[in-house]
Design a protein around this ligand. Sequence first.
Ligand SMILES: Nc1ncnc2c1ncn2[C@@H]1O[C@H](COP(=O)(O)OP(=O)(O)OP(=O)(O)O)[C@@H](O)[C@H]1O
Length: 231
Amino acid sequence: MLSLKDVHSYYGASHILQGVNLEVKKGSAAVLLGRNGMGKTTAIHSIIGFVTKKEGEISFEGENVINLKSHQIARKGIGIVPQGRRIFTNLSVKENLTVFANQEQGGWDLEKVYKLFPRLKEREKSHAGNLSGGEQSMLSIGRALMRNPKILLLDEPTEGLSPLMVGEVMEVIVKLKEAGMSMLLVEQNIATALSIADDVYIINKGRIVYHDRPEELKKNMDIAYHHLAIS
Ligand SMILES: Nc1ncnc2c1ncn2[C@@H]1O[C@H](COP(=O)(O)OP(=O)(O)OP(=O)(O)O)[C@@H](O)[C@H]1O
């Protein structure tokens, strides 16, 4: 559904992604693991068009979108749950969900999002800035769903959450996958990644240094620890 072939990305003269190859199959979850500063967010931003200086091929449903602008890429059906949530803190929960909504017949609407996240329904009139970190993460996912994407790029949606909230947010992400959503999930935590991945990629200094199915990785966790520099 989405594939990156030999993608190079730059911030000015800094050559960040150095030939990334990665694929997300329809209905599957690919997880991109890597330490801080290795290029995970740059990969997501390259796909969605926030990074403009890039080479290679990023194809979505058979079309190379590498030269499209971010709004054009979003319109093709690529949704993003950005790092740090980026919710509108001065707007209510409901306003956050509806402000950029892209209604589609039979697609995601407020009712469906509230069914997935009953907490958001309970707090729909609250200022989003008053939500807990976990609730803000749910809101950020809900807002992305309201645009009815075909694929979701999730950039560390559980970052900074308590283990209990990590569990709750991951439960919803697993439900989304089971409902057929294709996704690319950026993570730092191996256990979280393994709980959902169909494919695991590890990025190190802008290059994919490992790719396999989670069952294979589980048989040889030393590889992951080596690439993620966990001793
Ligand atoms: N806007 C920018 N301008 C210049 N360099 C940048 C910019 N954003 C990121 N970088 C650099 O690009 C490299 C990759 O950063 P990136 O944010 O993609 O890493 P990451 O793996 O997502 O890390 P983290 O988990 O900390 O978000 C880092 O060396 C970073 O300093």
